[in-house]
Write a protein that binds this ligand. Sequence first.
Ligand code: ITT
Length: 199
Amino acid sequence: MVRIIFATGNQDKMREIREILSDPGTEILSMKEAGIELDIVEDGASFEENARIKAAALAKSIQEEHTVVLADDSGLEIDYLNKEPGIYSARYMGEDTSYEIKNQNLIHRLEGVPKEQRTARFVCAIAAVFPDGTSCVTRGTIEGYIGWEPAGENGFGYDPIFYVDEYQCSTAQLSREKKNQLSHRGKALRAMREKLAGR
Ligand code: ITT
């Protein structure tokens, strides 16, 4: 049995992580479920660095022999806005500002911008720290564009404004299964699962 503790306080991420990684041979716990409370300062310059910072901070407080620590750092890059909000996606306009407001603001900043310049991507870096102290990172992306209005009730965060060409809808309009199949998080987690299996 592999035991994984995820260094995240984001319940929506945690739900997707369970959907993507769930396997009878793997026990997946959030920090909270493991009884650990940590306030981690994410001061890295990239998704990978921030994922490593979160995983390392949690690994420090765990002494269990068979536990792998994982962390997810992710966000939305909008090309027309010089890749904003990027690594500041959670903090964009303040952590306590609703995503309704954040999403409306981003749409407003793209007013009059044609479709070919509205390109964007979600990025996810997953970092692992193994019981022997070694570590690694995987990365996944999904390409899309910012729509003209929010749509859909599934997903979380910026999903209602992020549209995928292939399906002509936002990632908040995709089923959970479809989003996980296509998403940055799905890709990065499946790459990490390969690394775990190879150990
Ligand atoms: P932890 O650091 O505790 O994991 P967080 O929410 O602060 O939680 P991040 O610093 O990685 O996480 O910020 C990621 C933000 O990017 C997240 O809050 C969303 O706003 C956005 N985001 C990431 N993945 C997303 C997805 O699949 N759909 C929509 N928005 C997403």
